[in-house]
Design a protein around this ligand. Structure first.
Ligand code: PLP
Length: 218
């Protein structure tokens, strides 16, 4: 499916759910995609991209940034504390703030450098043992502690369990954002971004629907 088709579907979902036009940001998830494919999307003028791994992003985005201006790069995958400094230098937004240790590390780096990417707190809405994220019942206290550290938390993010309908997870995430006064909701992927927009998503993360199926991770 083309970038234009996805943008059309996003606009239609905004209209259908009474959302202001252009409120939903499309993050084109370029992880594991060949550079030539990513370049095609850059050449169509798209600026907002998502990556899962710091190392992979460091290998490809500095060169793209040198050729295309105003790129807006989002980290979506788990961030190890020892890669936090590199992530802060590389990314405009981090969607995977998922534990106190990472919050304190980011706060220290922000103090040192005077800047910090925008942050989303990842919530483990399905309470899955193998998945990262703050448990829903701990979300309010964790968001408070991030604010105490002066971290620029813009919103919350979730990755619903693969074997459940995502609707309940989107609704729960929206509720957590609302009661914490957060305006941004990072939810919805290739299979369910229109539904996520219905529940208030402001950032949808779409990979395979734009770029085609990913070859298995190397
Ligand atoms: C890979 C990934 C996506 C995109 O998934 P698709 O199903 O290809 O759209 C979105 N969010 C996160 C966190 C991802 O890791």
């Amino acid at each position: 499916m083309s970038l234009a088709e996805i943008q059309t579907r996003i606009a239609a979902a905004e209209a259908e759910h009474g959302r202001p036009k252009g409120q939903v940001q499309l993050i084109a998830v370029s992880k594991v995609q060949p550079n030539a494919r990513v370049e095609q999307v850059l050449e169509q003028g798209h600026k907002v991209f998502g990556e899962n791994r710091v190392q992979e992003a460091a290998g490809k985005w500095p060169a793209f940034r040198a050729r295309f201006n105003a790129i807006d790069l989002h980290l979506l995958g788990p961030l190890q504390t020892n890669k936090a400094r590199q992530a802060v230098e590389l990314f405009d937004t981090i969607h995977s703030l998922d534990r106190p240790k990472l919050a304190s590390t980011l706060a220290r780096l922000a103090q040192e450098s005077g800047r910090c990417p925008d942050l989303f707190v990842q919530i483990n809405t399905g309470k899955e043992a193998q998945k990262a994220g703050i448990m829903p019942e701990d979300a309010d206290a964790f968001i408070d502690s991030c604010r105490d550290l002066d971290l620029p938390v813009q919103g919350v993010m979730c990755i619903p369990p693969v074997d459940e309908t995502p609707a309940l997870h989107f609704a729960l995430l929206a509720k957590i954002a609302q009661r914490n006064g957060l305006s941004s909701l990072s939810m919805g992927m290739s299979a369910d971004f229109e539904m996520a927009i219905g529940f208030g998503a402001t950032h949808v993360r779409v990979g395979s629907a734009i770029f085609g199926a990913r070859s298995p991770a190397k």
